[in-house]
Write a protein that binds this ligand. Structure first.
Ligand code: PLP
Length: 405
């Protein structure tokens, strides 16, 4: 059932609800089990649990029913098995990198990864004796050139944020596997509905479940799943040892959110395509980036990766720099100006003052990220409402740009 959520309110299988009280295993909704500590029948029974011969839990930091239930649902969507749910997307990335790599190993990462992933590769892994190289994931030759004999992991995202460029996943997977390294794909942006990472050569898939999967900006959670069960065990032990554990309540909330994920994704995607067209027709809009638009610079590669599932993210640039950007936001008071993505409602962010404020203006210019550059995480609102908001926002930005000219 790859790419699909299982029947939203069915327990996956009563046997896959270990740890829930017997009477709650057939509950229509997933029960919430906040206990930290589990009793067991005795030393032999504990051996059986620790050695994998019996289902069960011991201590919530090492795993608990709500994390297991949520992981099984995301496994079904990704076409994976034995995935691990952790306390945030960064916890998932940390568990993958530190659970698998050792000092002396080398990691290659896309140079437009999520900001904290970049920081981990630039600063934290080298501090621990794991060397790293960043390269452009849109150019497989530069990734291949960065790979060394001691490279253990190559980590990329499918569509870059907020520049919405496509990674050359097929060639990167080939170069990674030829070197005996593992390809880690952060599928947060594209989601399993847009991109089936294992089918495109991923050895490990990671998610910030915080974003589209949970979908309501009310939990932080992550997920990691390897093809190889020994790697999943390593990730699970990193979770337990480094204390990257997800809260049962957050898992329970995310599972509730996941029940409507497919509906939310489809609606948001439809809105994003329509809003991209609308923006392109507004005065003062210099360019619109949406993976499904005919003028997208990576059109053919996007279609090869995503088929027709182009997602909910739109970026655009207006003339007039910071003054126009301020006017745009001020003219849309009902549209949350907030640097996040994947909420059920539309949010607007300004990379130059949020996600990419650490770069120099020249560094941002290289990425095409001027003061007039915005990113929209499109939600499920009535599209007419969104059109009205952005008509007003673009008109105000255009007026500000002309006043300054
Ligand atoms: C948000 C995000 C992360 C980090 O996830 P958290 O849940 O905030 O820790 C990682 N990768 C991508 C692509 C993200 O958007």
């Amino acid at each position: 059932m790859s790419g699909q959520v299982d029947r939203p309110n069915s327990p996956l299988d009563p046997a896959r609800r270990p740890g829930f009280p017997e009477v709650a295993r057939d509950a229509l909704g997933t029960p919430l089990q906040p206990t930290v500590v589990y009793r067991s029948a005795g030393p032999d029974a504990l051996d059986d649990i620790y050695e994998g011969r019996a289902d069960g839990f011991t201590y919530a930091r090492e795993g608990h029913p709500n994390a297991a239930s949520l992981a099984a649902r995301i496994d079904a969507m990704e076409g994976g098995q034995g995935g691990v749910v952790l306390g945030s997307g960064m916890a998932a990335i940390t568990a993958v990198l530190l659970g698998i790599c050792k000092a002396g190993d080398h990691v290659v990462g896309g140079n437009q990864l999520y900001g904290k992933s970049l920081k981990m590769l630039r600063e934290d892994l080298p501090r621990l004796g794991i060397s790293t190289t960043l390269a452009d994931a849109g150019d497989a030759a530069s990734i291949a050139a960065a790979i060394r004999p001691e490279t253990r992991i190559v980590m990329v995202e499918v569509v870059s944020n907020p520049t919405l460029r496509a990674a050359d996943i097929a060639a990167i997977a080939e170069a990674t596997h030829a070197a005996g390294a593992l390809l880690v794909i952060d599928n947060t942006f594209t989601t399993p509905r847009g991109f089936q990472a294992f089918e495109h050569g991923a050895d490990i898939v990671v998610h910030s479940v915080t974003k589209l999967l949970a979908g309501h900006s009310d939990v932080t959670l992550g997920y990691a799943c390897a093809r190889d069960s020994a790697l999943n065990e390593a990730i699970g032990w990193a979770n337990a040892t480094f204390g990257l554990t997800a809260s049962p309540y957050d898992c329970w909330m995310a599972e509730r959110g996941l029940a409507t994920f497919a509906l939310r994704y489809d609606r948001a995607e439809e809105n994003a395509a329509a809003l991209a067209e609308h923006l392109a027709a507004q005065p003062g809009v210099r360019r619109v980036l949406y993976p499904g638009r005919a003028d997208h610079p990576d059109g053919a590669r996007m279609r090869a990766l995503l088929g027709t599932r182009f997602g909910n993210m739109v970026s655009f640039e207006v003339d007039g720099g910071r003054a126009a950007a301020n006017a745009m936001v001020a003219a849309m008071p009902d549209l949350p100006f907030a640097p996040t993505l994947g909420d059920v409602g539309t949010t607007l962010s300004h990379p130059a003052t949020s996600s990419h404020r650490g770069l120099t203006p020249e560094g941002r210019a290289e990425l095409g990220m001027s003061e007039g550059f915005f990113r929209i995480s499109v939600g499920i609102e009535d599209i007419d409402l969104l059109r009205r908001e952005f008509t007003a926002g673009c008109a105000a930005a255009h007026a500000a740009a002309q006043a300054a000219a």
